[in-house]
Design a protein around this ligand. Structure first.
Ligand code: XMP
Length: 186
């Protein structure tokens, strides 16, 4: 109907206060687990994890060097195409050798992105590798993996907000919400 704007989301799953509390506690846990170690190299998976990582790293006390890497398995839709493009350039590979690596991603869904990245990282012989993920979807993961630091578990639905997008939109929402089913491409 002209003049009325329906929200793009069905319901809010995590509001801004819940997200802030979880990010705080993740930052504390990560700080504690690396207390005696050298500075961390944080590999942040773009674009979705940028906002989460910015908040998380700014709350941590431990020295962290962030590096941003790009992968894409959604190609603008809402169902994983199962194709994971990994971009770990040789120069970054060299920087990984002997360092403590924290791999930061927004969502653990099929697990293809994280497991593929983890395999790549291990080939560069890091001193250690841990994973930090904001959301784990309740879905049978195609590639199960251990998440060392997990924010929330969410139902198997497409989510937007707090850096997560649908076709590059809705990243700016301050909360995480389930996208309206009629907006998804199936
Ligand atoms: P996989 O399936 O490889 O997921 O574990 C990898 C990436 O897919 C994106 N993803 C989503 N992005 N809302 C989004 O905005 C979602 O509900 C969603 N589910 C998966 C995300 O970038 C993740 O890193």
């Amino acid at each position: 109907m002209a003049g009325t704007m329906q929200p793009v989301y069905e319901r809010i799953l995590m509001d801004a206060a819940q997200i802030a509390a979880v990010v705080d506690s993740l930052a504390e846990r990560i700080d504690r687990s690396y207390a005696a170690c050298e500075p961390l190299l944080a590999l942040v998976v773009l674009e979705g994890a940028r906002r989460f990582a910015d908040d998380l790293l700014s709350r941590m006390q431990h020295p962290v060097e962030p590096v941003f890497i790009s992968t894409s398995s959604y190609h603008g839709g809402t169902h994983s195409a199962g194709i994971v493009k990994i971009v770990i350039p040789p120069a970054l590979g060299k920087a990984i050798g002997g360092r403590h690596i924290l791999l930061i991603d927004d969502i653990y869904d099929t697990g293809l992105t994280l497991s593929s990245l983890a395999e790549q990282i291990k080939q560069f012989a890091p001193a250690s590798l841990k994973t930090c993920v904001l959301l784990e979807k309740k879905t049978p993961h195609k590639k199960p993996l251990r998440v060392d630091f997990l924010g929330f578990t969410v139902e198997d639905t497409f989510v937007v907000g707090y850096g997560l997008d649908y076709r590059n939109q809705y990243r700016d929402l301050p909360f995480i919400a389930a996208l309206r089913k009629d907006l998804t491409t199936g």
